[in-house]
Design a protein around this ligand. Sequence first.
Ligand SMILES: *[C@@H]1O[C@H](CO)[C@@H](O)[C@H](O)[C@H]1NC(C)=O
Ligand SMILES: *[C@@H]1O[C@H](CO)[C@@H](O)[C@H](O)[C@H]1NC(C)=O
Ligand SMILES: *[C@@H]1O[C@H](CO)[C@@H](O)[C@H](O)[C@H]1NC(C)=O
Ligand SMILES: *[C@@H]1O[C@H](CO)[C@@H](O)[C@H](O)[C@H]1NC(C)=O
Ligand SMILES: *[C@@H]1O[C@H](CO)[C@@H](O)[C@H](O)[C@H]1NC(C)=O
Ligand SMILES: *[C@@H]1O[C@H](CO)[C@@H](O)[C@H](O)[C@H]1NC(C)=O
Ligand SMILES: *[C@@H]1O[C@H](CO)[C@@H](O)[C@H](O)[C@H]1NC(C)=O
Length: 473
Amino acid sequence: MDSNFMFILSLICILNFHFLETFANETQEESKLETYIVHVEAPETQIFTQSEDLKSFAARLSPDEVKEMEKKPGFVSALPEKVLPLHTTHSPNFLGLNQNMGFWRDSNYGKGVIIGVLDTGIFPDHPSFNDEGMPPPPAKWKGKCEFNVTSCNNKLIGARFFQRDNTPLDEDGHGTHTASTAAGNFVKGANLFGNANGTAVGMAPLAHLAIYKLFSRKLGPYNFSVAHEAPWILTVGASTIDRMIRATAVLGNNELFEGESAFQPMDFSSAFLPLVYAGMLNSSDLYAQYCFPESLNKTDVIRGKIVVCESGGIERIAKGQAVKDAGGTAMILVNSERYGNTIAAEAHVLPATQLSYADGLKVKAYINSTLNPVAKILFKGTLIGDDRAPVVAAFSSRGPNFASPGILKPDILGPGLNILAAWPVSWKTILKQNLHLTSYQVPQCLVLISAGLRLCSKARTPTGLQLPLSRQS
Ligand SMILES: *[C@@H]1O[C@H](CO)[C@@H](O)[C@H](O)[C@H]1NC(C)=O
Ligand SMILES: *[C@@H]1O[C@H](CO)[C@@H](O)[C@H](O)[C@H]1NC(C)=O
Ligand SMILES: *[C@@H]1O[C@H](CO)[C@@H](O)[C@H](O)[C@H]1NC(C)=O
Ligand SMILES: *[C@@H]1O[C@H](CO)[C@@H](O)[C@H](O)[C@H]1NC(C)=O
Ligand SMILES: *[C@@H]1O[C@H](CO)[C@@H](O)[C@H](O)[C@H]1NC(C)=O
Ligand SMILES: *[C@@H]1O[C@H](CO)[C@@H](O)[C@H](O)[C@H]1NC(C)=O
Ligand SMILES: *[C@@H]1O[C@H](CO)[C@@H](O)[C@H](O)[C@H]1NC(C)=O
């Protein structure tokens, strides 16, 4: 008999037994029990294909019962249910900030502060920049709004451009994303394909925003970076948070690797599929391993398969598009050594997961080790509780400080990877557009803690907003 079937039967036994037990001795036992969300493999036999909903269920269990359950074949995970606060989607919570007490409250949520954002401009119509509950700008404010007048309000008090394209409008997305992370107003029900759902809010929701469009990121990220070495400028490194949007790769040898993807297709088959490494498709094509569209679409080899792609060269989402266009079913994206353990939860166009460099090596070694490699990807949704966080992200700025080695830089670390924030267009729109132009970047944004800003504003020049408008150098 199918082992999964046995597993589900025995689980039902555990649950029934458990139910009787608690019924008899409810108050005593109740304190030891927690509600777990249990994921199991869906049975693969024909008879049980209808029972998709048996893949996960909620149960009140004791820690010992969970340990017993973990030994059963077909067990995937049992995670304690957590009540999540609704006031943010997650990063203030991760930082230990509470809305109505302590540091965050004492910072007045940035009230009276003007945050100057030097980036790719702003998409003013996004709900993060509505001015509900916002007081008028401070009397000292003398900035300009170079949008048509109606685009600025008490939240977005200024918008200027220093670019040839003659508008502060954000055509890239990065500036909008950064501004909303720093000072976006409350937006209920913010999510990406249903993941990371909650009320999104910037770190300083009562601060005003003054936008200075300096960059057009399409020209490349490096030589337009603002230098921040001066001691009176707060520089912030980027870290992970303890939220994961889990997509687990399982190999035919039962090795299991935890990755992430913001696209969580609940109808994706949990059966093993043939696995192929794109780097083995054509030894004379150096681009194949990176899943360039030109390299994949020449053959029919990847049709119906899970394709392992190396990061690099083109956007991660574009690699998924290339796999999909060439008939591939899913993608396992493996990090370069430089990117290490930094995993982006991306809005992929097909079932996919991104794995660390070390895990990627193991996947490739497995492919080498067998004639018929197979794998599957299991989607587990938004999980809170990665106890390694915060970890410095691969792309984060790091010391030492070249200009002034005696002064440590960056000053502080803030969540900067997989942060849900505003974007000029909806994902549905992006996915219909040319991905090379608009695909998602890891939000390499600074999170400006409002209290930190107040400290800095005391140390800063007294004339108000004298942000260094660095030249493009
Ligand atoms: C309830 O549980 C406690 C501790 O587990 C035990 O000492 C007690 O005898 C139980 N009571 C009944 C009615 O089963
Ligand atoms: C101002 O509004 C007009 C009409 O809607 C539009 O054509 C123009 O591009 C806008 N200018 C800016 C700078 O947004
Ligand atoms: C997001 O959370 C809100 C509040 O709990 C809920 O009403 C809404 O349905 C959720 N949306 C999604 C897409 O899960
Ligand atoms: C392999 O790659 C080379 C170099 O890009 C290309 O000329 C050749 O057509 C490719 N072969 C196949 C079978 O795709
Ligand atoms: C393969 O992709 C390239 C680049 O996207 C495209 O120019 C070409 O027409 C495609 N070929 C096939 C056979 O789909
Ligand atoms: C897999 O095999 C290829 C060719 O034999 C080799 O170059 C590569 O290093 C192997 N990869 C791993 C991860 O073992
Ligand atoms: C910045 O990069 C562009 C494009 O590569 C190049 O033309 C320009 O000279 C660079 N500017 C500086 C100051 O390095």
